[in-house]
Design a protein around this ligand. Structure first.
Ligand code: SF4
Length: 137
C-alpha cells in the first residue's frame, strides 16, 4: 500500500494549520514501563472493521472536525492505536472521535481508518473541546 506518504503529509499539514497538535512532528506513544492493560495491546483489533458505516464516515467528530478522505486516513498501526486508554486519554475524549451512529457501540475517527472504540487510544489523541487534560487533577 502506498498511502502512507500522503497520509503523513496531510497530517503534518493539519498540524501546521493547528487542526492537529503534534509535538515536534512525533506521534505520542505509550511511555515505556507503563502498563496500559494486561491484555496484549492489539487484542481488540479483530473486533474492529476496516470500513465504517456511511453514517459515521460522513459524520463530524464530537468537536465538529470533518473526517479526512479515506485515502488520507492513517492506518491504526501507523497511528499507534492500542486497545484501552492511556493515562486518561481515550477516543471518547478525543477531538477526532466520531460517535457510534448504528448502535453497535463502536465509533469512527476523523483521522484514523476503520472503526474505533471509545475506550481505546492512539498517538494522534488530542483533547476534545473543554477537556481538562489527560493528567489534570
Ligand atoms: S485517540 Fe486516535 S483513534 Fe481515537 S479518536 Fe483520537 S485520533 Fe482517533
Amino acid at each position: 500500500m502506498d498511502s502512507g506518504t500522503p497520509t503523513r503529509r496531510r497530517l503534518l499539514m493539519l498540524a501546521a494549520g493547528g487542526s492537529i497538535s503534534l509535538t515536534a512532528g512525533c506521534i505520542n506513544t505509550p511511555t515505556s514501563g507503563q502498563v496500559v492493560s494486561e491484555e496484549p495491546a492489539n487484542y481488540c483489533l479483530d473486533q474492529l472493521d476496516e470500513s465504517v458505516p456511511e453514517a459515521e464516515a460522513t459524520a463530524l467528530s464530537i468537536d465538529g472536525v470533518e473526517r479526512q478522505p479515506a485515502e488520507e486516513l492513517l492506518p491504526k498501526d501507523e497511528a499507534g492505536y492500542a486497545c484501552g486508554p492511556q493515562d486518561g486519554m481515550l477516543c471518547g475524549n478525543c477531538t477526532f472521535y466520531i460517535d457510534d451512529k448504528n448502535g453497535n457501540a463502536i465509533g469512527a475517527c476523523a483521522v484514523v481508518a476503520g472503526e474505533v472504540r471509545s475506550v481505546d487510544w492512539c498517538g494522534l489523541w488530542a483533547p476534545r473541546d473543554g477537556f481538562g487534560g489527560a493528567n489534570s487533577e
